[in-house]
Design a protein. Structure first.
Length: 406
């Protein structure tokens, strides 16, 4: 069941929205979301919810969405999916069948989205998400699922590319680069792994360690002992917040000296803020950065969005929040272009999206993937995150090799 806080919040929103989200009744569009307010994804679940909330607040502050000449405000019904796929699927059914929701905002994680997508597809409910990047979501023939983010196989490809560039700059052949990697055994991280394997093959790089991490990982010592023995040039890890924290902390504790270390989820794990010295030099795959030159009519620049977000929620905007905000902006744009709240017309408008947001340009292919954006790669330098790749967006040159803290 939902937490008592979530249940109360839901009740308030349902009452405020009335029994219908109809065009002519209360000029309110009700969106539904199951997010992880408790459980293993609760940090990113909060990021997701905060991203949705700031978008709804901003759109409403600007007068709402004009649909066929009439302004509509947005509201969201939330439930806690408890970071459990089965619960997410149940809540998708509840939102659609009990709450009458016609438009669904995505959950956090590929596992949750994988469980919910068949439900929204079954009922032909448009479902836009920004926090599920598994490639398999876009091979099922779904017509109602759309994703604003890059797929998971791109999260750490740039680290492999950067390792090849560093090798060339220092007189080495990229095929001599040795890789060690460890990935959580979940759909997202296994897709990250596939992207790394594909990119490494292009260069002929050797993978010396290829470990799977358990979902509730609390220790990486076994993997890092192997890494220390084989002395790779590049160490890659994907294990959500815990994985990012552990690889930073334990490489420092165990003196595992690898010239290049890259992980997913560094910014939401706050490694620069919480493990500044140990994290120095670590590379982080990210969907977004506040310094990118993207702008939209709702928030202005990416930097202006980040400032507004931090003022509202008292923490720096992670990419999970920015991509969640973009989900709501995509819906708002589609409602306006459809000129209707008929789900089929909105679906068709979503399919023809060509929108610039402060998060990224957004344009969907026939599978629902966003084909208009790129990933970025940060490096933690002196307690801050600096974009080092792709080079055209880089704030600074990458520091290589990484030095362990003394």
């Amino acid at each position: 069941m939902p937490t008592s806080l979530t249940a109360r919040l839901t009740a308030v929103l349902v009452l405020a929205a009335g029994s219908a989200a109809a065009e002519g009744e209360d000029a309110t569009v009700v969106l539904g979301a199951a997010v992880s307010l408790t459980g293993k994804y609760s940090v990113n679940g909060k990021n997701t919810k905060d991203g949705y909330d700031i978008a709804v607040e901003r759109i409403n502050e600007m007068g709402g969405v004009k649909i066929a000449g009439k302004s509509h405000k947005l509201k969201v019904i939330y439930y806690d999916d408890e970071s459990t796929p089965a619960r997410g699927a149940q809540l998708a059914e509840r939102l659609i069948n009990q709450d009458g929701v016609k438009f669904v905002l995505g959950a956090y994680s590929s596992g949750l989205t994988k469980a919910m997508a068949p439900v929204t597809e079954k009922y032909k409910v448009p479902h836009v998400e920004g926090n599920a990047a598994a490639r398999e979501l876009f091979t099922q023939g779904y017509r109602y699922l759309f994703a604003v983010l890059s797929t998971a196989d791109y999260y750490l490809r740039d680290a492999v590319i950067l390792a090849a560039e560093m090798a060339k700059e220092h007189g080495r052949n990229p095929k001599d680069v040795k890789i060690a990697m460890a990935f959580e055994n979940d759909p997202f991280s296994l897709d990250v792994r596939e992207g790394v394997v594909e990119e490494a093959k292009k260069y002929g790089m050797k993978i010396l360690v290829d470990d799977k991490l358990p979902p509730e990982i609390n220790d990486m010592a076994a993997t890092l002992t192997k890494v220390k023995a084989v002395k790779p040039d590049l160490l890659l890890v994907s294990g959500h917040e815990k994985g990012a924290t552990l690889v930073v902390r334990q490489t420092a504790e165990m003196k595992v000296d690898v010239p290049m270390v890259a992980s997913t989820h560094c910014d939401s794990a706050k490694i620069a803020e919480n493990l500044a010295q140990a994290a120095d030099g670590v590379l982080c795959g990210s969907q977004w950065d506040r310094h990118l030159a993207y702008q939209d009519k709702w928030f202005g620049s990416a930097e202006q969005y980040a400032q507004r977000f931090e003022k509202r929620f008292n923490y720096p905007a992670p990419y999970q929040a920015a991509e969640s905000t973009a989900v709501v902006l995509v819906f708002a744009d589609a409602f306006a272009r459809a000129g209707s709240l008929d789900p089929e017309k909105v679906r068709d408008a979503l399919a023809s999206t060509d929108l610039m947001t402060m998060f990224a340009p957004i344009k969907f292919d026939s599978t629902g993937k966003n084909i208009a954006k790129q990933m970025v790669l940060y490096q933690v330098l002196n307690g801050t995150y600096k974009v080092v790749s792709p080079r055209k967006w880089a704030e600074t040159k990458p520091v290589w090799p990484r030095k362990l803290p003394q």
